[in-house]
Write a new protein. Structure first.
Lengths: 401, 401
């Protein structure tokens, strides 16, 4: 192969090794890298750096723990990917400004193009984008879905128009609305009941205050893989609510009755079916994990001073504090936040400098948010393996030589 | 062509058009795009999105004004490029952790690898990286060097170790040191006087407080094109001081006597030669410009409400305020800052919402920093076309139809 991306790819291949070494760790062995050779990326996202990714399926691609850097923002090339159904044709991003959004449940309903949305206002927000099932891979009951560990997440920058500006331009929300409902622009195959597969999500109306309709991700036009030409972004809410290729925005009295809302993305005991009476995957909970050392196979850590680093966030609240334990949670010390604070919806990077003697360690992190919520020790068992923020499963096991 | 990068490239090609349309502008014509077809990128940076770049030479590549997004951070793929001499071999980034830095002018001088630097500490800083000659293309006296307009600049995230931590680990700075001197790792061709070409820059010792030795750019391992495996980053200082592939760091009583410091990068009247008595290109001055509308050839703006947006920064001070004029500076209105504040060394994005009737406009921006410095109207004429921050030349001429 001799095309332009190779050099970057080489960097990223090395980056796994490099990240592994970040806190004084030896690099992954060639064997470990070979074993880790992933499935191919889906065609619509084949520009991602595959060496930094774990491909679960064509609709589920995770960032390797060791590929996360310490620069707060996760570059688009290594950002995780998750689709509920096949995306629309790539060409919808070719003339992004002509994409139309239908707006209902406002006093002056109608349609508006992306080009015209760009005339209404511009804002930029950093958010943690995280799949509801991030951490599912730590559950023991074989919860259905991609077996994500920590990598179905990323802190990214979105630019777009505040939803509140769009609503203002359309005369305000109609009386009685209690939910904001977004519908994806995927084509529904003929012969399939649209309710079964339509990506349509309702969130409480209050989320409108922080929501934006985004056309730009990390400084570049939003690619199809991440919802271009236009995506609903609801800072602090799980990924599924951030509807891709949004074609319709409605302010509604009730939640939508499509499967993905009614029975899908509901937290319930193992063995139970989803139902509208169960909690929906809306606001994210407080969470943190360590990225280096990563505990990945083949990693070895050299004794001495090591910079242990990771990320912490808390949905609509900022992370206020992170503690690190070197002994599996028996004792804890405060870590330091470093780097710029991108606001309450972003994650913070934390660093803890430790002097490690040879031996085996279980290194854990535990975050507390500005509302006083602290990560629990254990996962909350649930059928689909949602919203895992237990610190014990997220701890890394490291051998120091 | 049928390789992975194509899809992103398509995005970026479209992004020029897309950005042009951001404030309700019509897209660039096919003719304008064809005319704008650039020279090829240098091999070590051929992974950049050429459609977003203006290639002046193999060592000077600028970001198109219309390619800047509004997400604060400029992605590495479209970040400008400037080298003083040919970079080292790509392979120095292949095993980044073994790269060695020699440290002198400290109480315990010695050598340290990147791998060991990573054990000393980690921080992340957002800075505006800007070439001293950014804006040179606006001078009328044919100043020697790349004819940059606004695109030899970018706000980026760096991760690395604070220089102060390295100094502490090496016993502190030796008595008498007044400068911090960084030497690039380029190979000097045989038969050439090293003083003529060595990239070695001295800055006042006080700059150490904010400086870092960086191995990561925007969340990925620092590529060769931007100084990998290790770069000196001096927030608030012009690009040239941010020495790439740094091989030696010295705390010195005097400035280095190599040409690039002694006579190069000195501000002097037109026609004069460079000399050590003239001001050196250290701290950047207050500056702003509008990115959309871009005023690029072929752009047309449709009448109505338009979101005028751009960036503002001020070296070691934060930008405090930006005004926008629609009439070439006769009257001014305050613009709003939007998006996260990444700290005093970063730029802020500003937005001004204007209702534009058909006609011709000269749209200007004027920034003021926290120290009370305001951009002047006019450029300060100087031999090499350095440090241009006059608002008039940076204004965009726009026809609204």
């Amino acid at each position: 192969m001799d095309h332009p991306i190779d050099i970057r790819r080489r960097h990223l291949l090395l980056s796994s090794a490099s990240a592994a070494a970040a806190a004084g760790l030896s690099t992954l062995s060639a064997d470990a890298l070979a074993q880790a050779k992933p499935k191919p990326l889906p065609k619509f996202a084949d520009w991602k750096y595959i060496d930094s990714m774990i491909v679960h399926s064509a609709s589920g691609v995770e960032t390797r723990r060791s590929a996360y850097g310490t620069s707060v923002i996760v570059p688009t090339d290594i950002l995780f990917l998750r689709n509920n159904i096949a995306p629309p044709d790539e060409m919808i991003t070719a003339d992004a400004n002509t994409w139309e959004l239908t707006v209902a449940g406002v006093n002056n309903p109608g349609r508006i193009t992306v080009g015209d949305l760009k005339r209404l206002g511009i804002t930029t927000v950093a958010t943690v984008l995280q799949c509801s099932g991030n951490g599912r891979g730590f559950f023991k009951h074989k919860a259905s879905g991609s077996q994500w560990k920590v990598g179905a997440s990323g802190c990214v920058l979105w630019s777009g128009v505040p939803v509140s500006e769009v609503v203002k331009a359309m005369g305000g929300v109609s009386g009685g609305a209690r939910f904001m409902t977004s519908t994806g622009g995927e084509r529904i195959p003929k012969g399939i009941d649209p309710k079964r597969v339509t990506v349509e999500r309702s969130v409480p109306l209050k989320a409108m205050e922080q929501a934006l309709l985004a056309w730009e991700l990390n400084g570049e036009p939003l690619p199809l893989a991440h919802g271009g030409p236009l995506r609903m972004v609801i800072p602090g809410y799980y990924g599924v609510n951030n509807v891709k290729y949004i074609g319709r925005l409605a302010f509604t009295e009730k939640e939508t009755s499509v499967n993905i809302q009614r029975s899908g993305y509901r937290v319930r005991p193992i063995g139970q079916k989803g139902a509208a009476s169960q909690p929906s995957m809306w606001e994210m909970n407080v969470k943190s994990w360590i990225n280096s050392p990563s505990g990945e196979p083949g990693e070895a850590v050299r004794a001495g001073t090591v910079q242990i680093h990771g990320v912490a966030f808390a949905g609509v609240n900022a992370a206020a504090r992170v503690e690190v334990s070197l002994d599996g949670g028996r004792s804890w010390k405060n870590a330091r936040f470093v780097g710029p604070d991108l606001g309450r919806f972003a994650w913070r990077q934390f660093v803890y400098s430790a002097r490690l003697e040879p031996g085996n360690y279980t290194i854990a992190s535990r975050a507390t948010d500005t509302a006083g919520n602290t990560q629990p020790r254990d996962r909350v068992e649930n059928e689909r393996g949602y919203s895992h923020n237990g610190w014990l499963d997220h701890a890394v096991k490291v051998t120091v030589a």
